[in-house]
Design a protein. Structure first.
Length: 108
């Protein structure tokens, strides 16, 4: 009876609500705080004013929303930035027919 119980998403248990890290919550909190401050300062009379007021919250919520193959958009953006900003040097460690090391024979 070789049955094993392996959790499918054990890393998700370390996240808040299974989706967010503390940094994600801080990003959304900052966006929400800025939005609340704008609500108190700006008198929203038009739809454009409402859009300007809600922009910080919408951007921060979009940055922490989950995407496939990455944890969220914030993580995806960091990976893309790291890929394009860091130096990439690839070393050949394989083999091919044009690169054959000569065998050394030991003479007795």
């Amino acid at each position: 009876m070789n049955q094993y119980l392996i959790p499918a998403n054990s890393k998700r248990s370390m996240l808040i609500l299974g989706l967010f890290t503390p940094v994600d919550m801080i990003i959304v909190a900052i966006g929400g705080t800025i939005t609340l401050a704008l609500l108190m300062v700006i008198n929203a009379e038009t739809l454009q004013d409402i859009g300007i007021i809600l922009t910080p919250l919408l951007i921060s919520a979009a940055m922490v929303s989950p995407v496939p193959n990455h944890r969220n958009v914030w993580n995806l953006t960091a990976n893309i930035y790291g890929y394009f900003s860091k130096r990439r040097t690839y070393y050949w460690k394989g083999w091919c027919m044009t690169h054959v090391e000569e065998e050394q024979t030991i003479e007795k």
